[in-house]
Design a protein around this ligand. Sequence first.
Ligand SMILES: Nc1ncnc2c1ncn2[C@@H]1O[C@H](COP(=O)(O)OP(=O)(O)OP(=O)(O)O)[C@@H](O)[C@H]1O
Ligand SMILES: [Mg+2]
Length: 599
Amino acid sequence: MNSILRAFGYLKPYWWLQIPALICALGVTVANLAFPWITKKLIDEVFLPSASPQQSLQSLRFCLTAFSLALLTSGVLTVLRQLLFTYVGERATADIRSDVFRHLQNLSLSYFGQEKTGRLMSTFTNDVGAMQGLYTSTLVDLITNSLQVVVTLVVLFRIEPGLAAISWPIVPLFAVSIVVFGRPLRHAGRHVQERAAAISEGLQEAISGMREVKSFTQEALQIRRFVSLFLSMIPVRLKQATLGAVSGETSSIAAWGGVMLVMWWGGQKVIAGQMKPGVLVAFTSYLGGLFGPTAWFVSLNSLLQSAMAGADRVFQLLDTVPQVQDAPNARELPPIAGDVHLHHVSFDYGDGKDALTDVTVRARPGEMVALVGPSGAGKTTLAHLICRFYDPREGRVTVDGIDVREVTQHSLRRQIGVVFQETFLFGTSIRENIRFGRPDATDAEVEAAAKAANAHGFICNLPEGYETQVGERGIKLSGGQRQRIAIARAILRDPRILILDEATSSLDSESEAAIQDALERLMVGRTSFVVAHRLSTVLRADRIVVLEGGRVAEIGTHAELLARNGAYRRLYDAQFGGAAVGRLVDGQVDGPTEQIVGR
Ligand SMILES: Nc1ncnc2c1ncn2[C@@H]1O[C@H](COP(=O)(O)OP(=O)(O)OP(=O)(O)O)[C@@H](O)[C@H]1O
Ligand SMILES: [Mg+2]
């Protein structure tokens, strides 16, 4: 229930719009109350021959005018009410989505490692969607429906106290169905939402993994899996629909049972001449008018239940505390020289298995440190810690002597440029993708960055140049081209610290040379950490850090490490074999596509 109250909090900024909406809704209610009264008048004063034809005609004219007025008022006000409700509902929903999205931006990377993308998407669509029902009209409907029930009851007692006294108990009969069906309905609602989330989660994965599906020819398996996933929605939906329908019909039967009772009693009175037929018709009509609000109260139950399930999930996400947060007294990191130091850092991803153990590495301003080691050694992890995507369990990371936990994440990352192992490009133009490094960069600056990244040439050869749209994941570009765009993006940022997680995939020698050339330019005057898979990169490093199983195995220059005959030598030999060593010692390296470590 707490989450429902909290959900209603999103209506607060628009409370003033609820007032005209309420006025419209009340107008509609009043207009609707007029219809049975007009009907009664029609029957008793027009159709029954109790007055002169002249008078009857006048009454007929009056009734039809009143009927038209009520109809028109009800129509116009209903449209207005609908507009206001839709506007308020959409605004509140947009506010929730914005809050969730804002919160997602602040959550740590670790969160996105745990939660599936599709599950998060489903929060935006299904869960917020379930809450939307609350905002369209719930509050105002609650007021108008309650009012309608009360006014109708008063009218009923005024018309025929005796009949009213025997018929009013049908109203609480509805409550019985609320009690009986409430809990199962809530469960059913929750199951439906869970299924929907599972479907969107699975679809998201299935679509992103289309290349893998096709290359392993698993289309048929995927189809089977998804068809059964889609079908699995049926029983939960059926259960929900059945419960909803049975609950609705139970109320309906109770209601009509009440009406029949009234007809039986009232009918006898009319036959005995103790009651005018118009009164009985109006009475049953008013009584019928109670069903709408009462049915609404019944459906309110399932609406609240499914909204609550959605709201629970939305607020659970909103209440997730980011693992990495700015300290309350975090300050801005001033412009730095670029002295990066990891002191005895140990780190695990929360699975109890150390990804890094007691790692100490330092890069002085302007230095280039190469990180090498077998797959899973912790190279990318180390790079992530410098960006403070995660906090170390032990030890600390300092930049210019300042612990990165003491400064705001923004001020730290503003001075870091990263090219990740797997380049992600947004589904927009190449220009916009490069500009992501610095949104206020001019076109000339974007192009200068592309030139420095050796990307300008191939971009100009594309039919639409810089305006070429790249696919969701830049699928229309080659790996090397994507990487050069990512480098341009990092160059544009003009960072003091540069982190390059080299792609493990081999590139053709031309791309390779172009990238090396771009990197060389990019690294000048910056402190850089390069996760190196290529010999050409390693050779240029001021220092090579060899990681093995999350520990620093060796540190030194290429020549020093080779001479030491240790971990680096083993890595090197495994990749290139003894013959290459001779060439290396002579300082002659073969093609630049050689990889020092790779998969
Ligand atoms: N998000 C994560 N959650 C849990 N464990 C992780 C996560 N990322 C990496 N690991 C684990 O941490 C260890 C180090 O991984 P890391 O990605 O740093 O290796 P790497 O040296 O960059 O390897 P590669 O050369 O293959 O890129 C591995 O054992 C890996 O399984
Ligand atoms: Mg890696």
